[in-house]
Design a protein around this ligand. Structure first.
Ligand code: SAM
Length: 389
């Protein structure tokens, strides 16, 4: 698909280039913030799986430069395009309202925050961004946590890692995605492993009251995951920003108010998501909330007004699969672009290059090999591949 055709089919791809974002994902974070006010009172943030860095750009611009991207302010950069759209579709009143909203917020002055610390981590290198500490590391590896704590606090002593709790972070965000294979169940499984890695890391660094936001793929057992997250956070939502395609299983869990259970200390030797620890913690929480293990069924009162209550003792029952349905929140207001729709571009539209081409994409070696061989490979009759002449 050519750049121009992609501009048409993917409004957020085009907007990202026009507004200087490294990836269209920036809009997902902005729309989540619009709904959940994620950056309120936040100064220390960890951005996991951050390359090429559009979420980190949002953090840098909101927290360090103090730009206002709250409800509708981020759309000021859309105003010009919307005005052009109005010329094409004059009846599109919601676009007209948006232009007016934007004019109303354009006067807001930036308010940089003090003592901001942002650490961004990815397997891939991240090109430098103002005020952001970048680490090239694997979030599934236990050695990444001390690296992260050291980046947040240069005086941190990694040898005290398991004795001394260090909880300096207000918000952990993770947009982690594996290279998808197209095998649906496998992709969902690998994604869930990344999510548990992000959660384990968040549990090691989040302050009580902190927030955790992470990408999920909504698979069959996702309601069990929501229940598990409720062990640690007061509120858990599943959110779908308008910039995330409706056709995709992608969504984001937004967990608010970190409240670790009494006596809980995160321990990477025993990470959650492996073994039964999480299931046991969930059952324990459930038992506290419903302290009886007896299930009672009551029949109507007999003629003397006496009830017959049969009690079934469930003490030795195996742990039930405990599930919980998280509230679903669609975010990004309805006048925002629909990520599944194609839009007619203005006649004078110029397609821009991406802001930040991938620094070390996994396909880099394949491209180099192809160049060395003088072009694309084609299959020969014997099944071996040769370079195209
Ligand atoms: N939020 C980013 C942005 O706004 O630019 C986009 C993130 S991209 C969708 C997913 C990223 O997850 C990729 O850059 C990939 O390298 C990273 N990733 C996947 N597995 C990882 C792991 N085990 N550790 C660190 N990063 C990982």
């Amino acid at each position: 698909m050519g750049k121009s055709s992609k501009d048409k089919r993917d409004a957020y791809y085009r907007l990202a280039k026009e507004q200087g974002w490294r990836a269209r994902s920036a809009f997902k974070l902005l729309q989540l913030d619009e709904e959940f006010n994620l950056f309120e009172n936040v100064t220390r943030v960890v951005d996991l799986c951050a390359a090429p860095g559009s979420w980190s750009q949002v953090l840098s611009r909101v927290l360090i430069k103090g730009e206002k991207f709250g409800r509708c302010a981020w759309q000021d950069r859309e105003a010009k395009f919307r005005q052009q759209m109005l010329n094409v579709f004059p009846e599109k009143q919601d676009a007209q309202d948006k232009v007016q909203d934007v004019q109303a917020t354009q006067e807001s002055t930036p308010a940089p925050r003090e003592q901001v610390k942002i650490v961004s981590i990815d397997l891939q290198p991240i090109s430098p961004l103002p005020g952001i500490i970048t680490l090239r590391a694997d979030i599934t590896h236990p050695a990444t946590v001390p690296l992260l704590l050291k980046a947040l606090d240069p005086d941190f002593d990694p040898s005290t890692m398991n004795q001394q709790a260090s909880h300096p972070v207000d918000l952990v965000i993770s947009d982690g995605a594996p290279d998808v294979t197209g095998l649906h169940d496998l992709d969902i499984y690998v994604q869930s492993q990344l999510l548990f890695a992000a959660l384990n890391l968040a549990l090691c660094v989040l302050k009580p009251g902190g927030k955790f936001v992470a990408k999920i793929f909504r698979g069959r057992n996702v309601d069990l995951l929501y229940a598990q997250l409720k062990v640690f956070f007061e509120k858990v939502y599943v959110a779908k920003p308008r910039s995330s395609r409706a056709s995709s299983v992608e969504a984001f869990i937004v967990c608010i108010n970190f409240q670790p259970p009494e006596g809980f200390t995160a321990n990477l030797e025993e990470p959650l998501g492996v073994g039964n620890k999480l299931a046991e913690m969930l059952a324990e929480k459930q038992a506290k909330e419903e302290p009886t293990t007896k299930s009672a069924t009551q029949t109507p009162a007999d003629k003397d007004g006496i009830y017959d209550v049969e009690v079934e003792d469930l003490t030795n029952e195996p742990l039930k699969d405990i599930r919980w349905v998280a509230p679903f929140v669609a975010c990004g207001d309805l006048s925002a672009f629909d990520s599944d729709a194609s839009y007619k571009l203005p006649d004078d539209h110029v397609s821009l290059d991406p802001v930040q081409p991938p620094t070390a994409p996994p396909y880099k070696r394949a491209i180099e090999l192809r160049r060395q061989n003088g072009g694309a490979y084609k299959k020969t009759g014997t099944g071996t591949a040769t370079a195209k002449a």
